[in-house]
Design a protein around this ligand. Structure first.
Ligand code: C2G
Length: 160
């Protein structure tokens, strides 16, 4: 029996501080076709998005390349390369998380466009905010908060 043509899936992202939301998306993408191509935003492109990633492009690309189901990683260097990537790689379906809903509908002329629900409760931005709380600048604040709470607990314990 001859196999039908490969169904190729394409997505893009920064994938900074790789987390379960990224993994859950990639797992769903891998299940949607036979071949998965992921465009990873370069540091230079991120700068145009006003984003600076904690992890370098090279490391982000290596991490994404190592995920089961990812067949090819491309550098994403600009907003307008998607159409060319779709045509050059015979992409059948372009998929993004639904925070991008509607933004890439124009690519519907070239392939199917799908937006999948984001994984709730996790984002690279939230992780960075949590990490910044441990910034030495904030350690003094954390220390005084702990001291205050300890004093309160001691006070109420003494009251019996
Ligand atoms: N994502 C998700 N759930 C999360 C966080 C992210 O499903 N909790 C999805 C996003 O919707 C996106 C992909 O994971 O489809 C990558 O997210 P980011 O790394 O934040 O990528 P972004 O900065 O949105 O860049 O040209 C498109 C851009 O390169 C996308």
């Amino acid at each position: 029996m001859t196999r039908g043509p490969e169904r190729t899936v394409l997505t893009y992202g920064t994938f900074d501080l790789f987390h379960i939301g990224h993994l859950r998306l990639i797992e769903r993408l891998a299940a949607m076709g036979d071949r998965l191509i992921v465009g990873v935003s370069t540091d230079e492109f991120n700068a145009t998005k006003g984003k600076t990633s904690v992890v370098s492009y090279e490391d982000r690309a290596d991490i994404v390349s190592s995920i089961k189901g990812v067949d090819l990683v491309l550098p994403e260097e600009g907003w307008d390369q998607k159409a060319r990537d779709i045509e050059d790689n015979d992409v059948d379906v372009f998929v993004m998380g639904d925070d991008w809903k509607g933004k890439f509908d124009h690519l519907g002329e070239l392939c199917e466009v799908v937006y999948l629900p984001r994984t709730q409760g996790i984002s690279s931005t939230a992780i960075k905010q949590m990490l910044s709380a441990f910034d030495p600048v904030h350690l003094d604040e954390l220390q005084s908060a702990v001291t205050t709470l300890t004093n309160l607990l001691t006070h109420y314990r003494d009251l019996g």
